[in-house]
Design a protein around this ligand. Structure first.
Ligand SMILES: [Zn+2]
Ligand SMILES: [Zn+2]
Length: 268
């Protein structure tokens, strides 16, 4: 299936993105690759919600809203063509009801991305001593279910990707999650009307992967189960620099969704 949407991109307004990650460059690069709906999703911690880390505190609603001015700029007007632009955000989630976006501010965005597993922020999103794979898996499943209970996310991003340990950790954790556990999670996502993101990390080649593309068998299993459960998907390059999109393009997403039988993608 031709991929025509990408709703996970970070501009220079995200502290971790390239300083020259300009919205008009995303428009140019994505437009050339056939993207018709482009969503911006800078990192966000709403000031109305207590508990921001030092890193998150400056990235509040006013900060992220600077993108609106950029979108009205001549450079963007020239680059946008007939592409549809969506103004979203990627907020943060600390478990329970602790999401870094108020209901009021959520209404200001076209879409809201919620990461259930930014587990690299030790001592903030997860306890500093969380290291046992069994415990990581349990917390990951619980957080996923809690995100669904919030009923706020347009899409749950990079689901079940245990970042912040070794490069092998995401796959190890995924291999420990049973089909039934996935199905329970994806059933909740379907009920909450929350899309499952296919992130760049899901389509990366692995050494002993599936087919010519060497897709991760664990990601193929996860996303095929999500599709069988009836979930809708979203596409997220999670680019922090428009140049990186020019380098990878969207064809791996296309072949991955075909392999998993996925046809239901948001904004396509
Ligand atoms: Zn993220
Ligand atoms: Zn992101």
């Amino acid at each position: 299936m031709k991929i025509t949407s990408d709703i996970h991109t970070h501009t220079y307004l995200s502290s971790c993105a390239a300083r020259d990650s300009w919205p008009w460059d995303f428009m140019k690069v994505c437009g050339e690759l056939g993207i018709k709906t482009l969503g911006f999703s800078d990192h966000l911690w709403d000031k109305a919600v207590p508990g921001a880390s030092k890193w998150y505190a400056p990235q509040d609603v006013d900060h992220v809203f600077q993108l609106k001015e950029q979108l009205a700029s001549q450079q963007c007007q020239e680059a946008v063509g007939d592409m549809k632009i969506l103004f979203g955000c990627e907020t943060e989630f600390l478990g329970g009801k602790h999401v870094a976006l108020s209901r009021e501010a959520a209404k200001l965005f076209d879409f809201v991305l919620i990461p259930p597993d930014h587990f690299h922020m030790k001592g903030f999103t997860v306890p500093a001593d969380l290291n046992e794979p069994k415990d990581i898996k349990e917390l990951m499943i619980r957080r996923f279910m809690e995100v669904m209970e919030l009923d706020m996310a347009t899409a749950v991003v990079h689901p079940f990707h245990a970042m912040g340990w070794t490069p092998e950790m995401p796959r190890l954790i995924q291999s420990m999650i049973t089909d039934n556990e996935y199905i329970e999670c994806f059933t909740a996502a379907k009920q909450a009307n929350c899309a499952i993101e296919i992130n760049t990390c899901a389509v990366k080649p692995v050494e002993d992967g599936v087919g010519d593309d060497s897709f991760s068998p664990e990601y193929v299993r996860m996303m095929t189960l999500a599709r069988e459960t009836g979930c809708v998907f979203s596409i997220g390059s999670d680019s922090h620099n428009p140049k990186s999109i020019a380098a990878f393009k969207y064809d791996r997403f296309e072949r991955f969704t075909e392999l998993c039988g996925i046809e239901s993608i948001l904004y396509q």
